[in-house]
Design a protein around this ligand. Structure first.
Ligand code: UT7
Length: 334
């Protein structure tokens, strides 16, 4: 009989440094009114000076392990979804593994903002195939390190953070179905051009600002509102469920207007489309586990609830996972 996988622990971390819209008004030609009406974002958190993606991830993993009642030695695979690794190599997962005193295999998955569903697919597949029993899946990004704070088109959108879940082998499936997708023809729509093998970060490129994230916002918006409903429906179908069965839709927190449009297109009550984008901004791969932990921590997730986790991002990539939540409510601090 094939083994099943379910989430048995969750934890997250948001840096304490808050960047609010009023502060951005003093940095670039923007306004709180523009940012709020176009994106819904009121504030975002920035990694502190000297705080790297692995530092954010370590706290999230520690919290997820406590929540699962497990220790670092119990874990047999660590997968970190990130597109802002501490450095090109080694993998951020290896830095997290060493910091926590783990001894399991560890590697990164780069699917940009879709990193969490991609990493969850790796974990679920490993468990179902009997190659692992307890896997930690992390979504962590400090993308603001790659943001030009003189570019109003991007600097108002992003924030930093990390979220992690423990996935364990189980008799009853908790992770019911996952669908992933990619369309590399859209690679130019959202990218960080310099710093890789195609365009090493030479002084000239750095002076030209090529190390910063650039985006065709309108095209990415159009892509998001098309792909999220389609991927959600596909994952629900693969799980033998329908939109009506969902307690929560937890989409990648990129823009409130995207969340509203997606909710309308799927015919979901807006109350069931989770959003806390007003206080996090777009935290890339951290976005979905941060949102899920907020739901859990605030006691709004009950055992038996069906939840769809849906991401989209650079690549272009997308991914949707349908999860039957099995943990009892908690009031733990976030
Ligand atoms: O993880 C995936 C990451 N990406 C996304 O999810 C992004 C998806 N896209 C979006 O969220 C939206 O497209 C944005 C929020 C990025 C932009 O909103 P928009 O409603 O599509 O605005 P726009 O790009 O069409 O720009 C409208 C106007 C432009 O001025 P003109 O040409 O009409 O005079 C922009 O120059 O707004 C201007 N603008 C700004 N004004 C004040 C662009 N950024 C700003 C700003 N403050 N920060």
């Amino acid at each position: 009989m094939m083994r099943a996988a379910r989430i048995t622990g969750i934890g997250s971390y948001l840096p304490s440094r808050v960047l609010c819209n009023a502060e951005l008004e003093r940095m670039v030609d923007t306004s709180d009114e523009w940012i709020t009406t176009r994106t819904g974002i009121r504030e975002r958190r920035l990694a502190e000076e000297g705080q790297a993606t692995s530092d954010l991830a370590v706290v999230a993993v520690e919290r997820a392990l406590v929540d699962a009642g497990l220790g670092p030695a119990d874990i047999d695979l660590l997968v970190v979804g990130t597109s802002s690794p501490d450095m090109i190599l080694p993998a951020t997962a290896c830095l997290v593994q060493a910091r926590l005193g783990m001894s399991c295999p560890a590697f990164d998955v780069n699917a940009a903002c879709s990193g969490f569903p991609y990493a969850l697919q790796v974990a679920t597949s490993a468990i179902e195939a009997g190659r692992a029993s307890r896997v930690v899946v992390v979504g962590a990004d400090a993308l603001t390190r790659h943001i030009d704070f003189a570019d109003r088109a991007t600097c108002v959108l992003f924030g930093d953070g990390a979220g992690a879940v423990v996935v364990e082998a189980a008799e009853e499936p908790g992770v019911l179905g996952i669908v992933l997708g990619a369309d590399g023809r859209g690679a130019d729509m959202l990218r960080i051009a310099a710093g890789g093998s195609a365009a090493p970060a030479t002084p000239e490129r750095l002076a030209a600002g090529e190390q910063y994230l650039t985006m065709n916002g309108n095209e990415v918006f159009r892509f998001a509102v098309k792909v999220i409903p389609a991927a959600t429906r596909e994952a629900l179908e693969a799980s033998g469920c329908s939109v009506e069965d969902l307690a929560w839709l937890v989409p990648h927190q990129a823009n409130q207007r995207i969340l509203n449009t997606v909710g309308e297109r799927l015919g979901i009550d807006p109350e069931r489309v989770f959003s806390h984008v007003h206080r996090t901004g777009n935290t890339s791969a951290a976005s979905i586990p941060l949102a899920l932990d907020d739901l859990y921590t605030s006691g709004r997730l009950a055992p038996g609830d069906l939840v769809a986790l849906v991401g989209f991002g650079a690549g272009l990539t997308w991914g949707a996972a349908v999860v039957r939540w099995t943990k009892a409510r908690t009031t733990k601090e976030m």
